[in-house]
Design a binder for this molecule. Structure first.
Ligand code: ADP
Ligand code: MG
Length: 426
């Protein structure tokens, strides 16, 4: 039985016979024959925003965005999408796909990545400038796009002292559209200008904004109000974004507008069958198979989180031989996968924390189990009151390590972060 199995897994029976002749056990014969798998062909791609070898489980999102872009091109109304979810679930990858969908419909796509110190008005002006320059390439509509550039110039002029706000814009300012000094009004003017320029050319403009939770409340609200002001015009201009689960609450005063303008869509881990597909399909494309037990083990350890699937897939491939990934390969590579995650994905989040912040994170992890956790319980463990820890907790939320799913509750924005803290920080 064993021999038959080994023979069928070997390409050349004569090798088994030769080993038999030399009285070497066929098991070691099989092991000797198997070669380590080619690292160059390893398809798995852990990394922030790195396109996965198989984008699984997101068809509905992609389809909806494709319909939205087509509807707006046809002058119909459509709400924009904001993706929310934990770190490493694939928001950036999906946002990039949205941009690609827009581009395949000949739209112009500009990307903005928010940071803790972003100046949103300026970033939007930079994106608008680039979009208009690309629109102005087309000869027939050059004049219309040049007017748009003049609008951007005035928009900047009223806000920044440097001429053109330090952006080189080689046209005369165009007054009266986006230079009142009132940000929501001016953003509405800017967006309208972009939409109209694009519409004149039968195309559209999409801005994608990643890490939206970093947008300053006031500017974020102004952007939402600005979008709201032009919503009835059904112009082919769309802002789509992604951010941590704290995002919907951050829209603040503009919240009721935001709920009508955007549809919030939660991106999460992959259900077991999809997680298996995310591992199996890229291997199959390279002529490599996964043993069912190996797949089950990776899905169990990663809980279907896309970043972890890529990391475990990568390490399992590296440990495997003979074009098949077995449960033993997964077992051997698991410590390597965790070490890679701990030193990269997890540590990148924990690195800039103070001692007091780390104590807070440890207390959360000490509660154990899956979140969210009661902030009162965390405070008790630290021998403090909840208000005493308020600014510490807010700091961790602001920096994107934690979020408050409900009042009085707190959770990690990074999946399985509690396990990491228990492994590495205690
Ligand atoms: N649908 C998916 N299927 C498989 N892997 C994915 C999927 N989406 C993302 N990934 C992988 O997950 C990792 C994290 O993706 P990313 O978009 O950076 O997440 P986020 O922006 O939510 O933090 C990347 O390595 C990417 O290749
Ligand atoms: Mg991201």
């Amino acid at each position: 039985m064993k021999r038959a199995l080994i023979q069928s897994s070997l390409r050349d029976n004569s090798i088994v016979e030769a080993f038999d002749f030399l009285r070497i056990s066929p098991i070691s014969a099989a092991d000797c024959y198997k070669e380590a798998m080619d690292p160059v062909r390893n398809p798995y791609s852990p990394g922030a925003g790195t396109a996965p070898p198989a984008l699984v489980g997101r068809d509905e999102h992609l389809e909806r965005m494709s319909v939205a872009v087509q509807r707006l091109t046809a002058g119909r109304a459509e709400r924009s999408v904001i993706l929310t979810g934990l770190r490493g679930v694939g928001k950036t990858v999906l946002l990039n796909e949205f941009g690609r969908i827009a581009e395949t419909q000949r739209w112009i796509h500009e990307h903005i990545e928010a940071t803790e110190d972003i100046d949103l008005a300026r970033s939007l002006a930079v994106a608008a400038r680039t979009a208009l320059l690309r629109l102005s390439m087309s000869g027939r509509f050059k004049e219309r796009a040049r007017r748009g550039l003049g609008v951007v110039r005035s928009f900047l002029k009223v806000r920044y002292t440097a001429p053109g706000g330090d952006l080189s814009i080689d046209v005369e300012p165009f007054h009266g559209v986006a230079d009142s000094g009132d940000l929501d009004r001016d953003l509405a003017g800017l967006f309208r200008e972009l939409g109209e320029c694009a519409k004149a050319q039968s195309v559209g403009v999409m801005f994608t904004i990643d890490e939206m939770q970093y947008l300053p409340k006031i500017e974020f609200a102004a952007m939402i109000v600005g979008l709201h002001r032009i919503a009835q015009l059904n112009l082919p201009f769309l802002i789509t974004g992604a951010g941590l689960p704290s995002l919907p609450g951050l829209a603040g005063e503009a919240k009721s507008y935001a709920e009508r303008l955007f549809s919030y869509s939660v991106v999460g881990s992959l259900a077991p069958a999809l997680a298996r597909e995310a591992l199996e399909r890229p291997a199959r494309d390279e002529g490599v198979s996964w043993a069912p037990a190996a797949l089950a083990e990776v899905v169990r350890l990663t809980e279907g989180y896309p970043y972890f699937l890529q990391e475990f897939g990568k390490q399992a491939w590296a440990a495997a031989s003979g074009e098949r990934i077995t449960a033993a390969d997964v077992r051997r590579s698991t410590p390597v996968a965790f070490a890679e995650l701990d030193n990269g994905f997890f540590r990148a989040r924990a690195d800039r924390t103070t001692d007091a912040e780390r104590d807070y994170l440890r207390a959360m992890a000490a509660i154990g189990g899956a979140g969210p956790y009661r902030s009162g319980t965390v405070a008790e463990l630290l021998g403090k009151t909840t208000p005493q820890l308020g600014s510490l907790r807010d700091g961790l939320i602001k920096r994107g390590l934690l979020f408050a799913p409900r009042h009085g509750e707190i959770d990690f924005t990074v999946p399985l972060f509690g396990d990491y803290i228990r492994r590495a920080m205690t």
